[in-house]
Design a protein around this ligand. Structure first.
Ligand code: FAD
Length: 424
C-alpha cells in the first residue's frame, strides 16, 4: 500500500532551515503571521553552520561568539520558541504556481503537499564538485569538498584522509586547513589556478604558519589511485608536470547557489549569480515566491544571510497585508565592465525595499563604480575590491530611473589593489 498523501495549508512556507530561512521564519511569526512552516531536507536544522565546528558565529544575532553547531542550535531554538513549525527530513521536489501555490515535498513518512500563500526559497550554496570542474583521472576514495569534510569530521567523527591536497585559496580553503589540523591531517600543498590567492594576501599567513606550501598558477592534470587516492599530477604555469603523493583531494570553494529547485520550476535565473532573479523586495519572477540568503549571492557569511532573511521575512509580511508595490513593471540592473553580478537584478517603482545593491567584481580592481541609465551617469563611487568581497552601493536614486541601469567600472587604475583595502 502506498503512503498516505498528507495535505496542509499555511500562510508562509520556507524552504531551507539555514540562517536565512530560520531568521525569515522567526521574523514572520514575530510580526504576527499565524502559520509559518520551514521545511528542511536534513534531519537537523541550522544549515551549513551545523557542520562548521569553529567560531566565530552569532555576534550579530546573539551578541556572542559561538561555534557553528552551537549557533545553528540557537537559531532553531529561537524559531521554535517563536512558534515556527519545523519539518525536518523533508525535501521540496517541486512547486506548482499555475494557480494556488502548492509545494510538493517528500518525507520519510510519505509525500506531503503544502498550499501556501507565500513561499521563501532559502536553499543556500554548495561548492563546485570535481565533475563540474572537468578534472580527469581515476575515481578513487578520498575526493571531497569542504562541506563533506566538515560533515565527516564534526558530525560523524571520521577521518577521511591524512595527507590531502587542497584545491583553492578562498576563506573556506583556509578553514579546511583548520579542520585538517583537528583530525591530525597534514595537507601536502594548496594549489590555486590564478596567479594570486582569492583571499586577501595577509590571510595566506595561515598556510605558511602550518607549513603547507602554496602553488599558484597550478592545476590538477591527473588523479591516481585505487581504491584510495595515491597521487596527483600537478601542472605548473610553465607546463611542467609534477607528481605529488597524497591520500586525498579536497576541492574547496567555487560556490554555486543551490538553485536546482528554482531552476526546475522555471523561475528566472541570473547568469551572474546562478541564483534566482529578484526585485528589491526579494520577489522572484513569480511574485508570490521570494528568495533569501546565499542562494542569491555566492557566497556570504552566516550573519549576512541571517540579516537578509529577517529583511525578507518583513517584506513577505508586508506583502500578505497587500502593502508591497506591484511587481509587474520593472527596470533591469545590468552588470557592466568588471562586475560579475548585481543583486537585486530588477527594480520596481515605489518603495525602497532592500537598501543596498550587492555586487562582486570579476577580479582585483581599483577604479570608479559608475551607475548609468540611457548613457547618463546617476552615481559614481570609488571602488577597490577583489572577487570574494561583497561590494555594497545604495539603492536609492536608482528606483527613479525609467530605463535599465548599468553598473560597471571605469578608470581602472590597477588590477591588484583589492587585496589591501576594504570596501564593505
Ligand atoms: C562548506 C561551506 C563552509 C562554510 N563555512 C562558513 C563559515 O565558516 N562561516 C560563515 O559565515 N559562512 C560559511 N559558509 C557560508 C554559508 O553558506 C553561510 O554561512 C550560511 O549557511 C548561509 O545561510 P543560508 O540560510 O543561505 O543557507 P544554508 O545554511 O546553506 O541553508 C540552506 C538549507 O536549505 C536546505 N535545502 C536545500 N535544498 C532543499 C530542498 N529542496 N528541500 C528542503 N531543504 C533544502 C539545505 O539542506 C540547508 O540546510 C560556508 C559554506 C559552505 C558551503
Amino acid at each position: 500500500m502506498s503512503a498516505p498523501f498528507e495535505v496542509r495549508s499555511v500562510d508562509v512556507l520556507i524552504i531551507g532551515a539555514g540562517p536565512a530561512g530560520l531568521s525569515a521564519a522567526t521574523r514572520l511569526r514575530r510580526l504576527g503571521v499565524a502559520d509559518v512552516m520551514v521545511v528542511e531536507r536534513e534531519t537537523i536544522g541550522g544549515g551549513i553552520p551545523r557542520h562548521c565546528g569553529h567560531p566565530p558565529f552569532g555576534m550579530r544575532e546573539f551578541g556572542l561568539i559561538l561555534s557553528g553547531p552551537a549557533y545553528a542550535r540557537r537559531l532553531v531554538e529561537r524559531a521554535v520558541e517563536a512558534g515556527v513549525e519545523l519539518q525536518l527530513g523533508c525535501t521540496v521536489v517541486s512547486i506548482d504556481y499555475t494557480g494556488d501555490l502548492i509545494v510538493r515535498c517528500v518525507t520519510p513518512r510519505g509525500p506531503l503537499s503544502v498550499m501556501a500563500k507565500r513561499v521563501i526559497v532559502a536553499t543556500g550554496v554548495r561548492e563546485k564538485p570535481r565533475a563540474a570542474r572537468l578534472i580527469t583521472g581515476e575515481r578513487p576514495l578520498g575526493i571531497l569538498n569542504t562541506g563533506a569534510l566538515q560533515e565527516y569530521v564534526y558530525l560523524q567523527h571520521l577521518v577521511p584522509f591524512r595527507r590531502p591536497l587542497i584545491v583553492g585559496t578562498e576563506l573556506v580553503s583556509l578553514s579546511s586547513l583548520l579542520t585538517c589540523r583537528k583530525i591530525g591531517a597534514t595537507p601536502v600543498a594548496m594549489i590555486e589556478a590564478r596567479n594570486r590567492p582569492t583571499v586577501r594576501r595577509p590571510s595566506m599567513i595561515l598556510p605558511r604558519l602550518l607549513g603547507v606550501p602554496v602553488h599558484y598558477e597550478t592545476t590538477i592534470a591527473d588523479i591516481k589511485g585505487r581504491p584510495r587516492v595515491e597521487a596527483v599530477t600537478l601542472r605548473h604555469s610553465d607546463g611542467v608536470l609534477e607528481e605529488v603523493t597524497c591520500d586525498g583531494v579536497l576541492f574547496t570553494g567555487s560556490f554555486k547557489p543551490e538553485a536546482s529547485l528554482a531552476r526546475s520550476i522555471g523561475l528566472a535565473i541570473d547568469a551572474g549569480t546562478g541564483g534566482p532573479v529578484i526585485d528589491q523586495f526579494a520577489r522572484t519572477s513569480e511574485p508570490r515566491i521570494f528568495a533569501a540568503g546565499n542562494i542569491l549571492h555566492p557566497v556570504d557569511t552566516a550573519g549576512w544571510s541571517w540579516r537578509e532573511g529577517r529583511q525578507v521575512g518583513g517584506f513577505v509580511a508586508e506583502d500578505l497585508d497587500g502593502k508591497l508595490p506591484k511587481a509587474d513593471r520593472s527596470i533591469r540592473l545590468v552588470p557592466g565592465p568588471g562586475i560579475r553580478y548585481v543583486v537585486p537584478q530588477r527594480l520596481v517603482a515605489g518603495g525602497p525595499g532592500l537598501k543596498q545593491l550587492q555586487m562582486r567584481a570579476i577580479d582585483e580592481v581599483s577604479g570608479t563604480l559608475v551607475s548609468s541609465s540611457r548613457g547618463i551617469t546617476i552615481r559614481k563611487q570609488p571602488l577597490t575590491s577583489s572577487p570574494e568581497r561583497r561590494i555594497l552601493a545604495p539603492l536609492n536614486g536608482l528606483c527613479e530611473a525609467d530605463a535599465d541601469v548599468t553598473i560597471g567600472l571605469e578608470d581602472v587604475v590597477s588590477s591588484d589593489a583589492g587585496n589591501d583595502q576594504a570596501c564593505v
